[in-house]
Design a protein around this ligand. Structure first.
Ligand code: BTN
Length: 326
């Protein structure tokens, strides 16, 4: 059973409604040992978590679409490093950052929803209940901060490969750390770190992947987005997706620790969304225009400027956007 702040009764209600079928008020009341009024009130409250629930006289309650809840039993099976599972958290990144001194490399955290999901550049990350993947992964990089360069690109490759193993072809990457599908943002990576010069550094790698965007949330997102569900009738299995992502991070982080970015460069280049396209690079208040020419061995973006010179940009709070979006 997942832990968290959504009350146990509401968790049980969500678990029963997850199949997307009708459940009558009296059936739910009997199963959960509640009055029908209490069932009704809890159902009303669930709408506050972003769940769309229909009530039809004579039939009962039904979710607008079935949910693929995380299966704790499957996720925990055979794990040697802790995996923390929650119904609700402020942020999976914040959770691991707060306990990083006790964490082991490979320790991870997943939540069904986040109330204060963190995006890059101080933005919120919309994290409705049981819709997407909210996963954070801890790693202690023995070589320290100096070896972190290019990590977000390597993680992008790890996630793209995990998605491809789940059957999603054509995942693309946008420098420095976005996943794209059909030309729209599918997911993002937020790496937070803490460490002293000359010592190992603690990394929390946060991954957000859109699985099935509910209509009620779509307007809150300020850029074109994609989700894995798309028009498919078959529900995306979030547990299988989480397992592939965890496995890809476990293998990929070992490789990054030993060899750095080098083994990921070609795979990144093969998925480069904006290669040879006119882009604008945002650096705080500054905007630089040019043509994206891939990445260099350190993972810097190579931008061809109007003068014809190719200049490398890296680090900091840089953000790229295609010029047609200006
Ligand atoms: C971005 O802005 O593109 C990065 C988004 C990263 C979101 C993920 S969801 C899991 C983890 N926990 C957070 O609070 N943020 C990251």
């Amino acid at each position: 059973m997942l832990a968290g702040m959504i009350s146990s009764v509401r968790q049980q209600l969500i678990e029963r409604l997850a199949d997307g079928e009708f459940h009558s008020g009296s059936e739910l009341a009997t199963e959960l040992v509640l009055s029908r009024t209490a069932v009704h009130n809890h159902i009303e409250a669930l709408s506050g978590y972003g769940l769309e629930i229909y009530r039809v006289k004579g039939k009962g309650y039904r979710l607008a679409a079935p949910l693929s809840l995380l299966d704790a039993e499957q996720l925990l099976l055979g794990r040697s490093v802790p995996l923390h599972l929650f119904w609700q958290l402020d942020s999976t990144n914040a959770f691991l950052m707060a306990r990083r001194e006790r964490c082991h490399s490979g320790e991870a955290c997943l939540a069904e929803m986040q109330t204060a999901g963190r995006g890059r550049r101080g933005r919120p990350w919309v994290s409705p209940l049981a819709c997407h993947l909210y996963l954070s992964y801890f790693w202690r990089l023995e070589q320290g901060m100096g070896a972190v360069g290019g990590l977000s690109l390597a993680v992008g490759v790890m996630l793209a490969q995990a998605l491809e193993r789940c059957g999603y072809a054509d995942i693309e990457l946008k420098w420095p750390n976005d996943l794209y599908l059909q030309g729209r943002k599918l997911g993002g990576i937020l790496i937070e770190m803490q460490g002293q010069i000359g010592e190992p550094c603690d990394l929390v790698i946060g991954c957000g992947i859109n699985v099935a965007m509910p209509a009620s949330m779509a307007d809150l997102i300020d850029q074109p987005w994609a989700d894995l569900q798309g028009d498919s009738a078959e529900r995306v299995d979030r547990t299988a997706l989480a397992q592939e992502v965890l496995a890809a991070l476990a293998t990929g982080m070992q490789q990054f620790e030993q060899q750095g970015l080098a083994p990921f460069i070609a795979a990144w280049g093969a998925r480069d969304r904006f290669r040879d396209q006119a882009v604008t690079l945002l650096m705080g208040e500054r905007e630089i225009q040019g043509v994206a020419r891939g990445i260099d061995p350190q993972g810097n973006l190579q931008l061809e400027l109007a003068s014809g010179q190719i200049k490398a940009f890296g680090g900091g709070e840089l953000s790229l956007r295609p010029q047609w979006q200006n």
